[in-house]
Design a protein around this ligand. Structure first.
Ligand SMILES: Cc1cc2nc3c(=O)[nH]c(=O)nc-3n(C[C@H](O)[C@H](O)[C@H](O)COP(=O)(O)OP(=O)(O)OC[C@H]3O[C@@H](n4cnc5c(N)ncnc54)[C@H](O)[C@@H]3O)c2cc1C
Length: 358
């Protein structure tokens, strides 16, 4: 089966936070959008989406962009939360000092994943669950997307514009993306229901119970991301933290980064879980024993902390939106800016689409 789409249509690949919000912004501008994602847009799921297993924390100044989204589309799950921080502050952390005084929020991912498909549907976005075959091919000025794993077999799609919002899957789709874009594996423990506080006494659990989010004063993951370009062997770090997910709880997080550009195979989950539990035992022994399931997902990032958001160099009609350091804070604005760029480039095809990324 072949869908012949109008060349002006936009295909967004990736149904996580970046793909979901850019599809929404594009559709609001009247563009015909198809959103294709290997993982379903339903409830949080373990099928390779970083968004599904995120703490989804949002720093105070970034809550405004979410507020505007909610004014236009209703409740997307953004909630004010109390932020509890543990450990020593690092003075060189530029994000730390504002943190201490700021409001804090969290996106309730259960609500987000319930609301987003409905909002997209209302805006006329076609939503397909399929894996896009890689690498992408372009023929006669149109992108030829091969869709694998659909209910009715494989199919293909021709579109004029493609947005790469596939997180750690972006590089496989377009290997020419710049070397700043990297990927890591991040793991957490997931409990579907709140544990019995008598059996698992933990002061951090008590704090998170009322809807609080617990994070280190200074996360070590960003430093690992920064030195990823110089790694000669894989490295992992643990940032102990807690956040609620629906009626349950996420406790994490372990991050593993490898040298080079490729994501590689998932690390051994048993080894990663034991590393995470050992680190948690030092932090708060009550957490290390929790009867939780270990989950790990690939997470994209950029070495310099500057996400890819713009046209891809040397590939007309191809755009990227990936590699965020503080995705839940940055993506709403970045998705809006990218949708504006794409819309403008379609309205004035002779104008250059802006500085290329990657
Ligand atoms: C434990 C943990 C805690 C975190 N806490 C925070 C936090 O508090 N605040 C914050 O801002 N960020 C946090 N993050 C990071 C944040 O979750 C991610 O940066 C963000 O969700 C990435 O969103 P994305 O849409 O770019 O990628 P993803 O959510 O990974 O979405 C990419 C999608 O593309 C799909 N895909 C990939 N390849 C293909 C293909 N070939 N065809 C079709 N579909 C494809 C995947 O299935 C996936 O659904 C956390 C992450 C983790 C793991």
């Amino acid at each position: 089966m072949t869908h012949q789409d109008r060349p002006g249509d936009v295909a967004v690949i990736g149904g996580g936070l970046a793909g979901g919000l850019v599809a929404l912004e594009l559709a609001e501008r009247g563009l015909a959008v198809v959103l294709i994602s290997a993982a379903s847009l339903g409830a949080p799921n373990p099928l390779g989406s970083a968004t599904s297993w995120s703490y989804a924390g949002v720093l105070g100044p970034d809550l405004g962009a979410w507020g505007q989204l909610q004014e236009r589309h209703g409740d997307l799950g953004v909630r004010r939360r109390r932020l509890y921080r543990h450990g020593q502050a690092r003075l060189e952390s530029s994000r730390l000092l504002p943190w201490a005084r700021q409001a804090f929020g969290q996106v309730d991912l259960i609500r987000f994943y319930q609301a987003l498909p409905l909002v997209l549907n209302r805006l006329g976005v076609r939503q397909l669950q399929a894996q896009v075959a890689h690498p992408l091919r372009s023929l006669g000025g149109l992108w030829q997307l091969e869709l694998l794993g659909q209910a009715d077999g494989s199919s293909s799609l021709q579109v004029g514009q493609v947005v790469l919002a596939a997180g750690a899957g972006c590089r496989a789709l377009w290997p020419g993306l710049g070397e700043s874009l990297r990927s890591s594996w991040a793991g957490i423990l997931h409990l579907e229901a709140w544990p019995d506080p008598k059996r698992y006494p933990s002061r951090w659990l008590r704090r998170a119970r009322g809807g609080g989010v617990v994070l280190p004063q200074a996360m070590v993951r960003p430093a690992l991301e920064q030195r990823a370009g110089a790694l000669v062997q894989e490295e992992w770090v643990v940032d102990p933290g807690l956040a609620c997910l629906g009626d349950g709880l996420l406790v994490g997080q372990i991050s593993l980064v490898r040298p080079g550009l490729e994501l590689g195979a998932p690390p051994d989950p048993a080894l990663m879980e034991s590393r995470l539990r050992q680190a948690l035992a030092h932090f708060d022994p009550g957490l290390a024993e929790l009867p939780a399931r270990y989950c790990q997902v690939p997470v994209s990032f950029c070495l310099d902390g500057k996400a890819l958001a713009g046209p891809v160099a040397g590939a007309p009609g191809l755009w990227a939106l990936a590699g965020f350091r503080g995705a839940f804070g940055e993506v709403p604005r970045a998705a809006q800016a990218l949708a504006h760029q794409i819309d403008s480039s379609l309205a004035s095809p002779c104008q250059p689409p802006g500085a290329p990324v990657g």
